[in-house]
Design a protein around this ligand. Structure first.
Ligand code: PLP
Length: 389
């Protein structure tokens, strides 16, 4: 059975061109870029090429890119660096819908004596800029707000938020792990001080990421040791993966505008068909400001896990916003923050597409979902009632 992989916000396949680019650095060219000899030293040039490629996708300068081990490390580093840069300030602001890489780090800082404000979101998962203005005070060291949400796909008004924070001279970090490679980002125009990204969300391998730090912004390293990354992130470079990330960014940049149109077309077809063919279904998230590849749909009177298990039997991979499958016992904190009722959270499914998905795959899911939902509703007392009406 062929897998239909609609879970690209969880992770992506490595692009074939990316694998080709990285393989020599796993096989023959295994040197240490810090070595004096040519064998190792030649890798230094490749790392710098990768840095330029990552910078190129973002409209940044190569010197503004620091390679890390993942999105989580980039987020943790940004927050730690920010609070160390202004040691007299003890207030951090984030939102209730951030990824645990930010949320749990803020909780950690709160245990260390910092004050953390978690901004609410609207029913559409959107952030209200006025709420941020109200939360700011003299003591605010940093604001960390995600670019796009991993569960709902909602895109925050990062430019507007950044302008407002720039005027007030407050450091602004954005977790753009889900945005980079999916929508255009131009840091020449976007007033953010730090931005996180992760390789495995854009067809590079797992275990590599990057942190953008605006030139001139104060920075304190989080991983301390050797002189790598100009003393900003110690540890021998993950050479092959860094090169892979560079290639993945180049590929993403080459086709971004066409890809946005392609993915939006597939996603909208899937979404519209499911809303039409499955009664009592609704979209979670701001449809006017969403990643082109993501749809999060709640099917009332069904358990999301039950849907996932049935889809799995057809080789279809997706995610749910409820317990177990997402590795936690709690229903999605994102959907809860959006005020989605518990029954709808438990019946929520996220489909997230990539450039490797096809219309034929979308058609297959459109064909399979309605009978699956109907069959599962027949198993639930509430569902049976609803079907009778
Ligand atoms: N931030 C967001 C929004 C994410 O979706 C993820 C991963 O799912 C991360 C951070 C963490 O990235 P990584 O898996 O590379 O640590």
């Amino acid at each position: 059975m062929k897998t239909i992989y609609f879970d690209n916000n969880a992770t992506t396949n490595i692009a074939p061109e990316v694998i080709d680019e990285m393989l020599p650095y796993l096989r023959e060219l295994y040197g240490n870029p810090s070595s004096m000899h040519t064998f190792g030293g030649q890798l230094h040039r490749k790392i710098e090429e990768a840095r330029s490629r990552v910078a190129g996708l973002l409209g940044a300068g190569p010197e503004e890119i620091i390679f890390t081990s993942c999105g989580t490390e980039s987020d943790n580093t940004a927050l730690m660096s920010a609070v160390e840069s202004v040691p007299h300030k003890k207030h951090i602001i984030t939102s209730r819908v951030e990824h645990p890489a930010v949320l749990n780090f803020c909780k950690y800082l709160a245990r260390k004596g910092y004050r953390a404000t978690y901004l609410p979101v609207s029913k559409q998962g959107q952030l209200n800029v006025d709420e941020l203005v109200k939360a700011l005070d003299e003591d605010t060291a940093v604001v960390s707000l995600m670019y796009a949400n991993n569960e709902s796909g909602v895109i925050f008004p990062v430019a507007e938020l950044g302008e407002m924070l720039k005027e007030r001279g407050i450091l602004f970090h954005t977790d753009a792990v889900q945005a980079v490679g999916k929508i255009p980002i131009d840091l020449k125009k976007l007033p953010v001080d730090m931005l996180s990204l992760s390789g495995h969300k854009l067809h590079a391998p797992k275990g590599v990421g990057a942190l953008y730090v605006r030139k001139g912004a104060r920075f304190h390293p989080y991983i301390i040791g050797g002189h790598q990354e100009h003393g900003r992130r110690a540890g021998t470079e993950n050479v092959a993966s860094v090169i892979a990330l560079g290639k993945a960014c180049e590929l993403a940049g080459d086709n971004l505008s066409q890809e946005v149109i392609y993915l939006k077309g597939l996603r909208d077809k899937l979404e519209n068909a499911l809303l039409k063919s499955c009664p009592d279904a609704r979209i979670n998230g701001d449809v006017n400001s969403r990643l082109p590849n993501t749809t999060n749909i709640s099917f009332e009177y069904v358990e999301g896990e039950a849907i996932l298990l049935r889809l799995n039997e057809f080789g279809i991979c997706a995610s749910s916003g409820s317990a177990c499958t997402s590795g936690s016992l709690e229903p999605s904190h994102v959907l809860r923050a959006m005020g989605v009722p518990a029954t709808l959270i438990h019946g929520s499914i996220r489909f997230s597409l990539s450039r490797y998905n096809t219309e034929a795959e979308v058609d297959k899911v459109i064909e399979i979902m309605p009978p699956v939902i109907k069959e599962l509703r027949q198993l639930s007392p509430f569902g049976r009632e609803r079907i009778k009406k």
